[in-house]
Design a protein around this ligand. Structure first.
Ligand code: ADP
Length: 297
């Protein structure tokens, strides 16, 4: 296991921030660590990187006990804190060289990382001149300079615009080919887009720890489809596994299916068989979103 957390509890003053949390992560997994504000995500991450100590429990990263060997374990961990703390007056290459010196990392590796995170054209710019998305890349570059086995990212996409968000998601996905990644977020779509496994905590308690696929394997699917002309209710009822439907006397249907398979394919077949064309098709996996709301409400 790349990460093992066993019965970890932590309180600040008398207030419990983590309550007997246990989970583990396999090599190469991307884990979405979800929870509303104040759930204890950052606290868990700070314990994982050996920055704060739990009141009880065991934590190991890359097979090393973080609590008894923090320095050795830290060599296996890359960490991007929530407020990416960059020296904004420094130039990108200068900053990365500075970070590399701390880890005794050579020039070749700096070059490699700059390429990997897509900063080649930015290396001579001042960090303060970069967009938030590129500043995040600098933070991620600094976190992976020493080639850690595990990458811990605290809300890496907060505050990014949609394009930057996509770029950072892609970067996280690419990095996961060689690293185990645990990242916190409070955005469910984020988890759907990139994670293998979802951990949800609330008020310091672990509520869910499941592969994303299991959560997605809901039987209920909501699909909105617009055909190129109006059809009768009787015809739409021929769709298999249809649980309910709604149509506002136009060409758009709101369909709910009770099926495990992706019903979009069946809708395409249905359209073809009946000489219809699909003008628009949207599938809403409300379950994940609702599940998160239910659990964390
Ligand atoms: P999250 O990252 O999920 O928003 P945190 O781990 O930051 O949650 O916080 C969990 C709880 O612990 C919150 O109630 C927060 O106020 C409290 N907390 C976090 N850090 C400290 C601290 N250094 N001192 C006192 N309380 C803290």
């Amino acid at each position: 296991m790349s990460i093992t957390v066993q019965s970890v509890s932590k309180s600040y003053g008398g207030q419990l921030a983590l309550d007997e949390i246990s989970f583990s992560a396999k090599q190469g997994e991307i884990i979405g660590f979800l929870g509303p504000n104040g759930a204890g995500k950052s606290t868990m991450m700070k314990i994982l990187i050996g920055y704060i100590l739990p009141n009880q429990g065991e934590v190991s990263v890359g097979g090393l006990d973080v609590l008894s060997n923090p320095t050795l374990a830290q060599h296996k961990i890359g960490y991007l804190p929530e407020q990416n703390p960059l020296y904004e007056d420094m130039y990108v290459r200068e900053y990365l060289s500075f970070c590399a010196a701390i880890f005794k990392v050579g020039k070749e590796r700096i070059k490699q990382v700059i390429e990997q995170v897509g900063l080649i054209l930015e290396v001579h710019k001042k960090i303060s001149q970069l967009s938030k998305g590129y500043q995040q890349r600098v933070g991620i570059a600094a976190a992976i300079l020493h080639d850690p086995q595990v990458l811990i990212l605290d809300e890496p996409t907060t505050g990014l615009d949609p394009n930057q968000l996509q770029e950072i998601r892609n970067l996280i996905k690419t990095l996961s080919k060689e690293k185990t990644i645990l990242f916190s977020t409070h955005i469910m779509q984020e988890v759907e887009a990139i994670c293998d496994r979802v951990i949800i905590i609330k008020k310091g308690k672990l509520m869910i720890d499941k592969p994303l696929i299991d959560l997605k394997e809901s039987k209920q699917q909501h699909i909105e489809v617009t055909f190129n002309y109006k059809i009768e209710e009787q015809l739409i009822q021929n769709l298999p596994y249809l649980k309910s439907f709604k149509n506002n006397f136009d060409m758009t249907w709101h369909l709910t299916f009770d099926a495990k398979e992706d019903m979009r394919a069946a809708i395409f077949d249905f359209a073809k068989e009946n000489g219809l064309k699909i003008l628009e098709l949207n599938s809403h996996n409300q379950r994940l979103e609702n599940l998160f709301k239910e659990i964390t409400a």
